[in-house]
Design a protein around this ligand. Structure first.
Ligand code: ZN
Length: 539
């Protein structure tokens, strides 16, 4: 069926009473929801739009994803919403077939509203449990009414509705994908008690949690304390590029990349475990297997893993900026969907960045391995994983010279660890990235490169850019970081993705031209830097 074309871009179909207080036309216009684009995406079940909008179907009263396998409703019977919460607020129930709770998350960069992006990050980390909207608004430095207005404009729902929908979706995911007892799901999804959980699920799904579970048709039962989740993304996703980046930097004993999957040991709230991530290409999803003793931490863990693998990224938006550069355009065309790898733990990532200052990736990885075997807690239970990364309390007083770390760098790591122990630096709940990075740079030995690298991988800032990086300078053929910064203006607000492509190109040209480079130059400094990727940094 060909998409219906309408002369007015933001004109939606006829509204009906189900929308309640929402003025559909104003709503669609304010949120830049382009009805024609939504309509085409819906009719072609375009996975690139999954999670960017939801479809309410009048008659059935459910809301669906753009990839819904359900029979295609007539255009006059559908409404488009920029978030699941907005569809729920308008009285639609989540579809049991296409499972809106499994859709990729809201893109990180919502138009010009940085405040909404930050608020979503904070809600993702801890919900609205600690203080509600007032406290959230205060942390963001805006009034709660203004925050509410921003949410309505960009997401079509209030902060409370967004937090509630996320909680409900996570509960549904646990019902469908795990065999956890309902009492534990009630707690893990933040309902507090079974009674509220049962009532909440029944109200929305018109079924009991047990009835929903029997519909889910779980095939493979998981052993105790093991959980299997499918986390979806908007294609394309360059999984091999992600794995190659992580493999080159995998800390021996803590992380392992083999057989197409990534595995690492983890420690959280005094418990140890591990998780493993691989690709399910057919379903546009990553498969995550978690072994951990406390199901109450699952929400946090899933959010962290989603961030680590950059699952919220919206390739369609990113590619528009990168295409404007002739060099990047070719790479983007050849290898679409490269993501910015995040991290499991901000302190660990920052420590790794300091270890990597002015040496090769290979050298830094070897140092990290020695640090872990000397100071990390032994771990067993998963192939290739022998230790947990040492926490700040251990590294604050560690004699790091014993692993061959230069004195200055050892002092920087100890100072960072002490600042984290004292509570001066916190990697969680960051509201203002710039303020956090300035704090980080107050530590002697942490300069602009390290701060930008941390912003890119620990804070998930899509526009972070370590312009002083030697690998980036070489690949882009410019001589100074200021020249590179000027060129990178065109890549905003996606400079972190441009950096990933440039590093990717650097590692490929190294493989092709390594012999030539070695035979031409005999200077020890150049030989030491065998990989131009993210090395030899001026801090
Ligand atoms: Zn559906």
């Amino acid at each position: 069926m060909p998409p219906r074309v309408n002369a007015t871009w933001d004109r939606g179909p006829k509204t009906s009473g189900i929308l309640g207080w929402v003025d559909y036309h104003r709503f669609a216009r304010d949120m830049n929801l382009d009805w024609q684009v939504c309509s085409r995406a819906r009719l072609s079940r375009d996975a690139r739009f999954d999670g960017k909008f939801f479809i309410g179907v009048i008659g059935s009263g459910v809301y669906c994803r753009p990839i819904s396998p359900a029979p295609t409703a007539k255009e006059k019977n559908v409404r488009y919403f920029p978030s699941a919460a907005a569809a729920a607020e308008s009285g639609f129930r989540p579809c049991l077939r296409c499972r809106p709770e499994s859709s990729p998350g809201t893109p990180a960069w919502l138009g010009t509203s940085n405040t909404v992006s930050r608020a979503l990050r904070l809600i993702g980390e801890s919900g609205l449990e600690d203080g509600g909207v007032e406290v959230l608004a205060e942390r963001l430095g805006v009034g709660s009414r203004h925050l509410r207005r921003l949410f309505l404009r960009h997401l079509g729902a209030t902060p409370i509705a967004v937090a509630q929908t996320r909680r409900l979706h996570f509960a549904k995911k646990l019902i469908d994908e795990t065999s956890l007892p309902m009492s534990q799901i009630a707690l893990a999804s933040g309902f507090g008690c079974v009674r509220r959980f049962n009532a909440g699920i029944r109200k929305v799904y018109h079924r009991t949690p047990t009835q929903i579970r029997s519909l889910a048709r779980q095939t493979d039962a998981q052993p105790g304390n093991q959980y299997l989740f499918r986390l979806q993304f908007r294609p394309p996703y360059h999984w091999n590029g992600m794995l190659a980046f992580l493999a080159a930097r995998a800390t021996p004993g803590v992380e392992a990349v083999e057989g197409g999957s990534y595995r690492r040991s983890i420690s959280l709230n005094g418990r140890d475990g591990y998780f493993e991530v691989s690709l399910d290409e057919r379903r546009d999803a990553l498969v995550v297997r978690i072994q951990f003793g406390d199901p109450l931490s699952l929400f946090f863990m899933i959010e962290r893993i989603r961030a680590m693998f950059d699952l919220n990224a919206d390739w369609a938006a990113i590619v528009q900026s990168l295409r404007t550069d002739s060099v990047l355009a070719r790479r983007v065309e050849a290898d679409p969907g490269l993501r910015v790898p995040g991290c499991w733990n901000g302190f660990e990532l920052a420590t790794r960045a300091i270890l990597g200052q002015q040496i090769t990736v290979k050298g830094a990885t070897a140092l990290a391995g020695r640090m872990v075997s000397s100071f990390g807690k032994p771990f067993s239970g998963a192939t290739g994983l022998t230790h947990l990364f040492p926490p700040p309390e251990v590294l604050a007083d560690a004699k790091l010279s014993s692993i061959g770390l230069p004195g200055k760098r050892a002092a920087t790591i100890r100072a960072l660890a002490r600042a984290v122990c004292d509570g001066q630096i916190r990697f969680e709940g960051i509201v203002e990235s710039d303020a956090f990075l300035n704090q980080l740079r107050n530590i002697s030995g942490i300069g602009k490169w390290t701060a930008q690298y941390v912003a890119m991988r620990a804070l998930g800032e899509p526009d972070a850019f370590p312009s002083g990086d030697l690998g980036l300078l070489r690949t882009s053929g410019v001589v100074s970081s200021s020249e590179l910064e000027r060129r990178a203006e065109a890549w905003r607000p996606w400079r972190a993705y441009a950096a990933m492509y440039l590093w990717n190109m650097a590692s490929e040209s190294r493989v092709r031209g390594s012999r030539l480079v070695c035979s031409k130059t005999h200077k020890p400094t150049v030989e030491r830097i065998t990989s131009p990727q993210n090395v030899s940094v001026v801090v």
